[in-house]
Design a protein around this ligand. Structure first.
Ligand SMILES: [Zn+2]
Length: 433
């Protein structure tokens, strides 16, 4: 279950996350004030309010300085930047995952977020738990970019190496028709006069950059194939590395390594069948195993995010998949609505370059006489977020719709769904040129 946005929760989150610098300062002050009152209770009524006001003013100023306008570095498990503090139940809108050790200028804060200045005109938000404040750090007045070197590796990657003077924040995104990866580096002044491209490059066609703002460098990478197979951004020292996955040389299903994600699990039950009361987590595992068997029969290598009723955190699923490096990932879920008449299959993607797989799978699902609930983009689901490999979330049908629930729990239907997914993948591979 992923698609029903709880707007009440959204409102509460926005309220909760509204800037509260002043509020948190006054909470802090109340404790001080109480102590102050105890100490000075015999003092005249007039002096107390004046003194309290002065104390409030002093401590407000000191806290405001402490909680903004300082430098910090990213840290922790899979840190990410967000576009805003808005939040639905799948979290805030991600700008992207970032590496650790990246320098941020903190300009404001709430209880849980820091607002960070990415460049003169751009801001972002980072969860406080993903930063470590730097004590007495003085940044350089300007950071410059150096040479860009692009080389192919012996494995399945082309690597673009951008020399920088500091681990600066970045964002990358995909574009299609033509197939492009755009990389923006923030807080950098360009001084790149060499872009060396080696003959070992197999996926990268062209690289160039533009200084789109005084302190924003935008690198454009044209790819040879229309299908994007993913990319990973990391720092090695102060060099930003963009690892671009090449299209596999043989586009046959049995040459692929496919990851299957059985949604939910363990303490995370997901939706529930209206009639059978089957838990979504149990049904996703059944479907994942049926799909795995169908893949195995075709000689396809599979990777499972879970094989039993266990709790596997979303971040752990992502980190494991980044490490195991599948060609693509299919995440299986079942939908639910407060209205039992809502029904249908739907597929989801976040990055536009990964859309085609979600389209071919949905098309094949509709052959099972399933209603179309839609192909949803920019989706904020955890396993749609990685850019490292192609991924697609399939919400097979609605557990809250009695007619669909009956079909979903039928073992024969489960096998048919597996066959339709395979057909959808085949259609997609055929259209990858
Ligand atoms: Zn779900």
């Amino acid at each position: 279950m992923n698609t029903i946005i709880n707007f009440q929760h959204l409102k509460q989150s926005i309220k909760k996350n509204a800037y509260t610098s002043l509020y948190s300062n006054s909470t802090f002050n109340i404790q001080h004030l109480k102590k102050y009152i105890k100490l000075y209770s015999p003092v005249s009524c007039l002096l107390i309010p004046i003194s309290l006001f002065l104390l409030l003013l002093i401590s407000t100023t000191s806290i405001a300085q402490k909680d903004s306008d300082f430098y910090s570095r990213s840290t922790g498990k899979l840190p990410s930047l967000a576009y805003s503090m808005g939040e639905d139940r799948l979290g805030s809108p991600k700008m992207g995952y970032i590496d650790s050790g990246i320098l941020f200028h903190i300009v404001d804060s709430t209880d849980t977020w820091y607002k960070v200045k990415l460049s003169n005109n751009r801001n972002g938000f980072i969860d406080k738990k993903y930063t470590t404040p730097l004590l007495a750090f003085t940044p350089k007045s300007n950071y410059y970019s150096g040479t860009i070197t692009a080389k192919g590796t012996d494995s399945c990657y082309d690597i673009i190496n951008v020399a920088l003077e500091e681990r600066l924040p970045y964002k990358a995104w995909m574009e299609t028709n033509p197939s492009i990866i755009k990389l923006e580096i923030y807080g950098v002044h360009t001084n790149t006069n060499w872009i060396t491209q080696f003959n070992t490059l197999k996926e990268v066609k062209d690289i160039y950059y533009n200084q789109v703002e005084e302190d924003v460098m935008q690198v454009t990478i044209h790819l040879k194939h229309s299908q994007q197979w993913g990319y990973t951004l990391t720092y090695a020292g102060n060099h930003l590395l963009l690892k671009i996955k090449r299209q596999p040389s043989v586009l046959l299903l049995n040459k692929m390594t496919i990851a299957i994600d059985a949604g939910h699990g363990g303490t995370n039950g997901g939706a529930e069948g209206g009639k059978t009361h089957i838990a979504e987590k149990d049904l996703t595992l059944i479907y994942a195993k049926v799909l795995q068997q169908a893949f195995k029969k075709l000689g396809i290598k599979t990777i499972m995010t879970r094989t039993a009723d266990t709790t596997v955190e979303m971040k752990d699923r992502i980190l494991t998949m980044q490490q195991k490096n599948p060609d693509f990932l299919i995440s299986l879920h079942f939908n639910s609505s407060t209205s039992d008449t809502v029904k249908g299959s739907s597929t989801y993607y976040k990055h536009i370059g990964f859309r085609p797989l979600s389209q071919t799978i949905l098309k094949r699902m509709l052959e099972l006489k399933m209603n179309e609930y839609g192909n949803v983009g920019n989706f904020n689901f955890g396993l749609n977020a990685p850019t490292d490999f192609v991924n697609c979330l399939l919400e097979v049908g609605f557990l809250s719709n009695p007619e669909e629930e009956k079909r979903l729990v039928n073992p024969l239907f489960q096998k048919r769904v597996a066959q339709q997914i395979i057909k959808g993948i085949n259609d997609w591979l055929l259209q990858c040129k």
